[in-house]
Structures are given as C-alpha cells and as structure tokens.
Design a protein around this ligand. Structure first.
Ligand code: 4EZ
Length: 228
C-alpha cells in the first residue's frame, strides 16, 4: 500500500524522517516529498507548511501525484476540552472549519453550499487506532477537531469554537485534509498531541512543547503503520 504521512511543520515530521532510512527526496510545487519503504509499504512523507491552503495543496499532491491510498496526519494541537492536557493524544472522528463563515446568508458556521459542517474520518482507521492504543496501554481520546487559519491564543475564541462545533481540540490543517480525502475517496486519519491550551499561554506553551508533543504523535503513527 502507498501510505502518506503528513504534518504541517518540519518539527512534526522530523521524528519520522529520523526513523526511516533510505529516503529519496522529490521536489514538487515548492515542497519536498520524502519517499521510503517500510515493511511491505511505500511511504511518502511531507510537511505542508502551516494553514489550510498549504495543507490542501499537499494532501492533494500526495494523492494525485504520489498515489497515496491512505493519508495519516501527525502533529500537535491546542486543547479545548478540559480533559486534554499537554502531551495527550487525540484522534479526530470529525473535522470542521471554524473560520468558514457565510452566516450572513443564514447558513451555520463552517458550512458552504454543497459542503459539510463536519467531515467524518475513516471508521476502520479509528478502530485500528483504538486497538493499537489498547495494546500499548496508551490513552487515546477521540473527538471533534476544529481547523482554521488562526493560531488561537484566547479563551474566548477557543470556547466559542468548542461550543459552536462541539470541538475538543483545534489546529490549522486537519479539516483541509478531510475535505481533500473525502472528495477523492481516500481514507484518512488525523492524529494530534496537545502542545497548548489555546489560551493566553498558548504561544509560550506551543514553543515549549512542540517538539515533545510532535514526537508523541509521530511514535503513535509508527505503531499504526505496523498494523496496516
Ligand atoms: C497548526 N499548529 C500550530 C502552528 C503554529 C507557529 C509558528 C497546531 C496548533 C495550533 N493551531 C497547536 N496549537 C494551536 C493553537 N493554539 N491554535 C492553532 O496546526 C505555528
């Protein structure tokens, strides 16, 4: 199988690049794609750069140019739910765009005609992830992830996103990957480890915990691949 592993930032993909050997680098569309083999799989890794537009470009490229048959996202997120602490893992069961707003026309937040407020992730991959977590004794929460082109560092904004979308965590790429994979009919899995709580301390916490939380997420992705 051709497995794509996607992050937004170099720090989110670095632990995986360190893990694999024999990597071939392919440059395309002002980005680098890292190809390798693992067990019987072809793996293609990339970090998209931050935000919805870059994530959309990269997810589409991974599928249309590199032939990805499954897309696994690994990275960090800000917590909304009080249950999520720095370093905790959350997998998205559904994803919404919290900054998509044509409410002036009577539509709900996150909705545009012919789109969906929430896109569901692949059931089989979710099931597999819980199996992997159980086997390893790792706690893995499942919830809604909200995506937008904003680094959220305000309790007010974070609470609004939580209430409006029923979201448990927030970040800046997941829903883009969901839109692309849903449209192209490719199963996807969005995993995030918490780096901050999207409040006034978020900038500081993010800098402090980006690397350690990115590793937590990347390590889990490696365990998932063993089972694919
Ligand atoms: C975006 N990613 C953050 C990129 C920040 C600064 C140089 C995840 C994330 C996040 N996104 C972690 N915490 C967040 C927060 N509080 N708001 C939005 O996917 C780059």
């Amino acid at each position: 199988m051709i497995i794509a592993i996607l992050g937004a930032m170099q720090e989110e993909i670095e632990p995986l690049l360190d893990y694999f050997d024999d990597i071939e680098v392919v440059e395309f569309a002002k980005n680098k794609y890292y190809k390798t083999k693992y067990n019987s799989h072809d793996i293609v890794l990339a970090y998209s750069k931050i935000g919805k537009v870059f994530a959309t470009l990269t997810a589409t490229t991974l599928i249309e140019k590199f032939g990805a048959e499954v897309v696994l996202f690994s990275g960090v997120a800000g917590a909304i739910s009080e249950d999520l602490k720095i370093g905790d893992l959350i997998v998205a069961k559904g994803l919404s765009q919290h900054d998509l707003d044509i409410t002036a026309f009577g539509h709900p937040y996150g909705y545009v005609p012919e789109g969906e407020v929430c896109i569901n992730a692949d059931k089989d991959l979710l099931e597999l992830s819980h199996k992997v977590a159980d086997e390893l004794g790792i706690e893995l929460k499942e919830g809604i992830i909200a995506t937008g082109d904003q680094f959220v560092a305000s309790s007010e904004r974070k609470n609004w996103i939580g209430e409006t979308f029923g979201a448990d965590a927030l970040e800046m790429e997941g829903a883009s990957v969901a839109v692309v994979c849903d449209a192209l009919d490719v199963p996807f899995f969005i995993l995030r480890a918490i780096s901050d709580s999207a409040d006034m301390d978020a900038g500081f916490d993010f800098d402090e915990f980006l690397k350690s939380s990115a590793k937590v997420s990347a390590n889990f992705i490696l365990k998932m691949i063993e089972k694919l």
